[in-house]
Design a protein around this ligand. Structure first.
Ligand SMILES: *Cc1c(COP(=O)(O)O)cnc(C)c1O
Length: 502
């Protein structure tokens, strides 16, 4: 089993059955038919019966009524909505083990279970894939996704920048986690915390809302001529404000274009210097973009590789497992340059029984003291299994195929009389050079453009996200499934786009 070979499904018994069951209902398309949806909806009970229907009956109901009304988002390599990923065979296997054994990965008890060691080990393997230094970054945690990781990142940032400001002022009231946000701001004479970014993902704005920073305090500090990049002069002016503490959030992979907010080490170093000068925190939302670091140094992918360069300089990193890593939902990860900060914020107060057990080897923190949840799923195991099964090479080749397919489609759209490739400036060669695994485009004809995503998705052969770019409707193809095949998928996508343009 190797994701570099296309369309290889699990070979052995139980898993093969599950796999084949999961393939079967969608031969007809990536979305369920209206009939199937209606039948599934009608089958949902209105009350809980006194007497259960029994195991066999519920199996039948789930498989025959509910499952056929699923979409094929993760199953089909031709579902290009959101950034959805898929499930590698190794991850599918491991995830079933996780459910069967239902381990709670909450406290590190070295003599009770191996699970916290495996989680810690999996974080190390991820660092190797992403070419991040183990001595610096071997910490962090698995989360439910990049949204949760962004909450961790902004929570760490908020704590750090206010502690720095308190130190400068000699204030004893300094910790949001301990003293409260309102109390700290008041003691420091600050009006709030702000987050400075370029076209951040909506989840970063949500994180600001959850953390009492406020959605209104997330600001786009984009250049007038390029919404994807920082205007460093304005950035410095904002960082220099004396009434606010600031967190800078780098969009390492902007969700619509797939492009990067920084263009290499020098660019990110400049932002780092500014953050140091003004006591700010530097967070990276690399949900899917961080995986550009898994690529080799070749001219073909040099520009993409530069987009993920310099991550060793930042304070915290968000990444997603259930997207490009192709493990099942829900799985994200978080790394932090300041390993003790997490425990200062997320510790369970006054719970002596929760202290970590000691063992030889690395010091493994109890996950419940460095992240949001107490009881937690063993979501590290599918990551561990899939990384080891396919290795750096398997993942690198998967990503290369995804990028190449995106470039083939983009090049075709660029030449097409009825479509416009977005973001719209630059030559074809420049466009392709900057293409990661997203393709953003619109139809030249306004009437067609208004219903383009709906018309493409109505074919049920492929699915694209309808989005908006600079105020007008646009479509986005995001290629993230491990079963990507350049020739096969290019032929399908272009035939659908040709058909709907008529
Ligand atoms: C998908 C995504 C998120 C949110 O991730 P979830 O896994 O859906 O919580 C955050 N940031 C970026 C850049 C993303 O692509």
């Amino acid at each position: 089993m190797n994701p570099t070979n296309e369309l290889i499904s699990p070979q052995d018994g139980i898993l093969r059955d599950l796999w084949e069951t999961a393939q079967a209902p969608w031969q007809s398309g990536v979305l369920p038919s209206a009939d199937r949806l209606a039948r599934a909806r009608a089958s949902l009970p209105t009350t809980l019966p006194d007497t259960g229907v029994g195991f066999e009956s519920i199996q039948e109901h789930v498989m025959e009524d509910i499952v056929p009304a699923f979409n094929a988002a993760s199953i089909s390599p031709n579902y290009y909505g959101f950034v959805i990923g898929g499930v590698t065979p190794a991850a599918l296997f491991a995830d079933n083990v996780v459910s069967a054994y239902d381990q709670n990965v909450q406290v590190h008890l070295a003599n009770h279970s191996i699970v916290t060691d495996v989680e810690f080990n999996a974080l190390g393997l991820l660092l190797d894939l992403l070419q991040l230094d183990r001595p610096v970054w071997h910490n962090g945690t698995f989360t439910t996704g990049a949204t949760a990781s962004n909450i961790l990142g902004l929570a760490c940032g908020r704590e750090h920048v206010l502690r720095r400001a308190a130190e400068k002022k000699g204030s004893l009231v300094k910790s949001v986690a301990e003293d409260g946000l309102f109390e700290v701001l008041q003691a420091l004479g600050l009006s709030g915390v702000q987050v400075l970014s370029t076209l951040p993902h909506s989840s970063l704005v949500k994180a600001a809302g959850v953390l009492g920073i406020g959605r209104a305090n997330v600001h786009n500090i984009c250049r007038a001529d390029d919404p994807l990049r920082f205007d460093t002069e304005r950035l410095e002016a904002e960082l220099a404000r004396t009434d606010k503490a600031s967190i800078v959030a780098v969009s390492c992979g902007e969700i619509n274009t797939g492009r990067f907010a920084t263009t290499g080490l020098e660019d990110l170093s400049r932002i780092r210097q500014l953050c140091d000068k003004y006591g700010s925190w530097l967070h990276v939302d690399g949900a899917f973009g961080i995986f550009s670091r898994a690529l080799d140094d070749t001219p073909e992918f040099a520009t993409i590789k530069k987009g993920g360069e310099g991550m060793e300089l930042v304070d915290s990193i968000t990444g997603d497992g259930h997207k490009l890593l192709n493990v099942p939902y829900d799985c994200g990860f978080f790394f932090c340059k300041h390993p003790d900060l997490g425990a200062q914020i997320f510790q369970n107060a006054n719970a002596a029984y929760l202290t970590a057990g000691s063992a030889s080897g690395p010091t493994i923190p109890s996950p419940l003291n460095i992240g949001i949840e107490n009881s937690r799923r063993f979501r590290a195991l599918p990551v561990y299994a899939s990384l080891l099964a396919y290795g750096k090479e398997g993942y690198r080749k998967m990503l290369e195929r995804q990028i190449r397919l995106a470039r083939m489609i983009y090049g075709w759209i660029y030449e097409h009389p009825q479509y416009t490739a977005l973001p719209g400036s630059g030559s074809k060669a420049e466009l392709l050079d900057q293409t990661y695994m997203n393709v953003l485009f619109r139809a030249k004809d306004d009437a067609l453009n208004g219903e383009l995503a709906a018309r493409i998705n109505a074919t049920s052969q492929i699915f694209v996200s309808g989005t908006s770019w600079q105020g007008s409707p646009a479509c986005r193809i995001a290629i993230s499934n491990w079963r990507v095949s350049e020739q096969r998928d290019f032929a399908l996508v272009t035939s659908v786009l040709d058909k709907v343009a008529i």
